[in-house]
Design a protein around this ligand. Structure first.
Ligand code: ATP
Ligand code: MG
Length: 426
């Protein structure tokens, strides 16, 4: 992409209605545009990053044998009544299909999808041979969040990967649940949050002792977790009160050990639960087991928010100059800065570099705008691409260009060929 062609622009002004750091950086860089509180439009650069995050999640879910589907956002009221959640879920958006207006609400916008996936999968399950089933979707969710002030971290319309699993017995669910934890950890590692994301014990509810949250340490987080020192394990607020749980989680627990836990602010970037038969029995899903007995499958559910993850990366990795993307999720790997547009040598070398990188499959953004060097440097820093290839007349005289790494600020001078080889990973 040539920056001169990109319809979005960067801005110096930070938005007054959007105070969160992730929203400020992402809006200023032209990745997203705020429509109203908790609702964003994804612009070309932002959509590329969101798509990369979603693809990483997709690859990791496929790798544990889950199958992708796409379920609707528009739900009939009755499925939410079947599970007794129509009146209980306070974030549920309710609508009326009465075209005259004033009619009773008979529809909901999906905030989660147990109500659609359970009868859907149930329709295909008759025997134990049809189990297990693991399905997921990456889709837009709607929740009437009371505090939608944190940019992409808390949307009223947001992206979620939600996976649901159906098993003939508890042991099979437990085994898959552990594989899901591993798949989640792979996702966080690949998006650059591996070191700062903690597997956090949360309360389990009726069907299991614990559920698990994946919490990324961040001073901007809304949640508080207690980290077991030296580990990537933590305990959330509800569980910290429970001595039995502390014995389970803290190695060689002695009373008082909880005082040594590190209290940290964190952002919940994933959440997984064992649902037991809560939903399968509500929808009368059953199967015939090996011995001819009719049974109800046990379920698990596994949520992960790509848009919140994008906000978390922006929030925790950015600096005063702007965004900093890890390579796997950057919209482009390298930004080429032509320091002097209109100078024949610089134009030619820049166009050459752009063509060669494209041919080598390296995603590049070419700043071919006729603007001051200061503006171009500031913009490229704000956009946060991992590498900057800086090409100007003075360097070219001695056959050199500069390669700058955005995260460290490290610069090196080298020949254009050597720079291109480095970027192409050869
Ligand atoms: P929270 O406690 O932060 O409100 P939750 O526990 O209600 O979240 P889940 O229903 O477990 O969230 O959703 C699964 C995942 O979807 C979360 O871990 C998070 O990554 C993402 N998510 C949930 N709510 C939002 C939201 N309002 N905006 C963006 N992402 C969200
Ligand atoms: Mg949660």
């Amino acid at each position: 992409m040539r920056l001169s062609q990109l319809f979005t622009k960067t801005s110096k002004e930070s938005s007054k209605s959007d105070v969160s750091r992730n929203a400020q950086l992402l809006t200023r860089a032209g990745y997203v545009d705020r429509l109203m509180a908790g609702v964003y439009q994804y612009l070309p650069l932002g959509l590329r990053t969101l798509g990369k995050i979603e693809n990483i999640i997709r690859e990791e879910m496929n790798a544990i044998g889950a199958q992708e589907v796409l379920m609707p956002s528009l739900h009939p009221r009755e499925i939410w009544e079947t599970t007794q959640r129509w009146d209980k879920v306070d974030v549920l958006y309710k609508l009326s299909s009465d075209r005259e207006g004033g009619g009773e609400c008979d529809l909901a916008l999906g905030p989660t999808h147990e109500e659609t996936v359970t009868p859907m999968v149930g329709g295909f399950v008759q025997s134990y041979r049809d189990l297990p089933v693991h399905v997921y979707q990456i889709q837009t969710k709607f929740r009437n969040e009371p505090r939608a002030k944190s940019g992409l971290l808390r949307g009223r319309e947001f992206r979620m990967k939600d996976m649901y699993s159906f098993h003939a017995d508890q042991a099979d669910l437990d085994a898959f649940y552990d594989r899901a934890i591993q798949a989640y950890l792979n996702v966080y590692k690949r998006v650059g949050l591996g070191e700062t994301t903690l597997v956090t014990f949360a309360s389990g509810g009726v069907f299991s002792k614990y559920s698990h949250e994946f919490q990324t340490i961040s001073p901007y987080g809304e949640d508080v977790v207690y980290r077991v020192p030296g580990t990537h394990t933590a305990i959330n607020k509800e569980v910290i009160e429970d001595t039995d749980a502390l014995k389970d989680i803290i190695p060689n627990y002695k009373p008082g050990d909880e005082k040594n836990l590190e209290e940290l602010k964190a952002i919940e970037v994933g959440n997984i639960f064992k649902l037991g038969t809560r939903f399968s029995s509500a929808f009368n899903v059953s199967f015939t087991d090996k011995d001819g007995q009719v049974k109800t499958p046990v379920m698990g559910c596994y949520g992960l928010g790509p848009s919140r993850l994008m906000g978390t990366i922006a929030e925790s990795m950015g600096d005063d100059q702007g965004l900093i993307w890890p390579e796997e999720v950057a919209p482009y790997k390298v930004g080429i800065i032509n320091l002097k547009v209109g100078h024949a040598e610089a134009d030619k070398a820049s166009a050459d570099a752009y063509a060669k990188l494209n041919a080598a499959g390296v995603e590049a953004l070419l700043d071919d705008r006729d603007l001051s060097v200061g503006v171009k440097f500031a913009d490229m820093d704000l956009l946060g691409l991992p590498w900057q290839l800086i090409i100007g007349p003075r360097g070219l005289e001695k056959g050199a260009v500069e390669l700058k790494q955005r995260a460290t600020g490290e610069r090196s001078e080298l020949s254009l060929d050597a720079a291109l080889q480095k970027l192409a990973g050869r």
